[in-house]
Ligand binder design. Structure first.
Ligand SMILES: [Zn+2]
Length: 201
């Protein structure tokens, strides 16, 4: 019995191979077009924030490409979790109406509506424009227990958040000017080429 089964195996293999070729040919000949495999990675699900922005985390390669365009101070702050000296940031005394965006990927992060003078020497806000645009993590560096704030899309270090802000949120997002760009109200939002939100949403 074993001998017989073994002997019939090549025939089975041949038959299945011919069947596969037949299926392949019929697929190709249906409209005469051979289509390339879909490029998009089906495992990477697009994430959209409540404000309608694409907050899908960028690949490390894409972050590196965008970060290479930063000036040295913005690179140090966003990519090395640096802190700019107090009272030196360009956006500290900015009182214009507008939106503060990520210096790396242009995601809108904070609004002038939520900016306040904390007296600390760093731009301070009571909250982000959308909670899904930032991520907060416990940070125990420099002998302190703090909560680090980073961009949800490109993971750029932005600053820290403390629970000693004004009412009603009581939150104080203490940020580095170098980690953000300012877009005055009425200006078209800046969009880095790889990170524009889908326009059909
Ligand atoms: Zn970003």
């Amino acid at each position: 019995m074993i001998y017989g089964a073994t002997r019939s195996l090549p025939i089975v293999v041949l038959a299945s191979t011919l069947a596969a070729i037949a299926v392949d040919r019929s697929a190709r000949e249906a409209d005469g077009v051979v289509r390339a495999a879909p490029v998009e990675d089906a495992t990477m699900e697009r994430q959209t924030s409540a404000l309608g922005h694409d907050v899908t985390p960028l690949s490390s390669e894409e972050v590196a490409r965008l970060a290479a365009q930063l000036d040295p101070e913005a690179f140090r702050v966003t990519q090395r979790a640096g802190t700019e000296p107090a009272f030196c940031g360009q956006l500290l005394h900015n009182h214009e109406e507008g939106v503060y965006t990520c210096a790396v990927c242009d995601l809108p992060l904070f609004s002038s509506d939520d900016k306040f003078d904390s007296g600390t020497g760093w731009p301070s806000f009571t909250g982000p424009v959308d909670g899904q645009h930032v991520v907060e993590r416990r940070d125990v560096s420099h002998g302190m227990v703090r909560t680090e704030v980073s961009c949800a899309r490109c993971d750029a270090h932005l600053g820290h958040v403390f629970r000693d802000g004004p009412k009603p949120s009581r939150m104080r997002y203490c940020l580095n000017s170098a980690a953000m760009d300012f877009v005055p109200e009425g200006d078209p939002p800046a969009q880095s080429d790889a990170t524009a939100a889908p326009s059909d949403s």
